[in-house]
Design a protein around this ligand. Sequence first.
Ligand code: ATP
Ligand code: MG
Length: 447
Amino acid sequence: MQINLPGNVKQIIEKLNKEGYEAYAVGGCVRDSLLGRVPNDWDITTSATPQEIKAVFRRTVDTGIKHGTVTVLLGKEGYEVTTFRIDGEYSDHRRPDGVTFTRELSEDLLRRDFTINAMAYNDETGVVDLYGGTEDLENGIIRCVGNPDERFDEDALRIMRAVRFAAQLDFSIDEATRDAAEKHALDLKNVSAERIETELTKLLVSGHPEKILDMYEMGITAIVLPEFDRMIETPQNTPYHIYDVGRHTVEVIKNVPATKVMRYAALLHDTGKVESRTTDASGRDHFKGHSVISEKIADGVLRRLRMDNDTIRDVKKIVFWHDYGIKGDISVKSVRKMLSQMGEDYFDSYVQIRKADISGQSNYNLDASMRILEQIVGYHDEIMREGNALSIGDLAVSGKDLIEMGIKPGPDMGRILRELLDKVLEEPSMNDKQKLMEYVTKVCLEQ
Ligand code: ATP
Ligand code: MG
């Protein structure tokens, strides 16, 4: 089998070969190439030690010398070149106590997590597959290299990686591998939040995010995302729903675009239903005010995962607003106010989650809910077409105008500008310098 190596990768491998070292493309890039997918990045493995790698290439960065990794720079690109290595004991279930370098490719491949990730390639040798990786690729199977029990005991993150690869590739997990993963799921509490976030995010933005249900069944979410288990345990006895909160959530995740922000917003949008659920005399469930609670829970979950601040801000915003318009009591005025409070930038995301949310419910009222959403979109478009003011910066008067009227900068001015915006949100035709100045003298300063 032939893999089309990028020119730079070829060049690095050939240069190492010329100096008498073995070198191969390895891991994810070989797997993805064999599947006809475009690899994320190209990792290279070699018999040369880090010092030897550095002696061969002019421009290098010491990325992780202790673990054998040197980044080779070619033009603007960087390629991680790692010495064949054997991982030492894993006494903490996450990191080897030490690594030793080896001149044997077979030993390097043996330390890798799954058979499909344990293949190497160069043009001269072709695919090196010592552990049945090509066969598992053909059959769509995630299987540990070696004894799964030992492999998960060494590094519990591999448990999440198994499900993440299954979700990206639509593969199933081999039975022995799955059993061992379940057995070691508890060890995930020793794994750092950053590593967990990486795997959870990759699963969520994959083609099969519904495999989060596998994570639930295997006892993984119980450790890394107990909020999800609570949602699965929360029924929704209402004509609007056919699923429990957790399974409804999975439908919504599938229905939003595969971006980090949208998938996390979908994951967390109904977390507040667990606490807010009340059952009335007729046995019907209500979840009043759940989006506010969801927003709080989303904040906690994302901080725990050490998510970046921009993502946290965006996800919280979408979670908070996901329910807007649900009752249908909307008008162009209320949509204008909503856009002003939420920020018009979030409107597309709001529509995406609203649509996905409605599609993940029962057929009861589905058409009516979609019609309300269309109406909201219609009002939004009208507001944008008319160029209605939505923020203080859009007002026809500025702070400077108010100063000229004798108002001092400070809390009073802030209050007046907000009052003007409120007025203009009610009546866009009021956004006129003359009219607003009159309003200031007649109303704002009378108080
Ligand atoms: P992606 O497309 O997500 O980058 P990948 O297979 O390249 O997938 P990486 O996390 O970049 O995954 O790791 C590169 C390679 O290193 C893997 O293919 C695997 O061979 C090995 N590897 C990574 N993490 C582990 C681990 N926790 N245990 C064992 N081997 C691992
Ligand atoms: Mg990779």
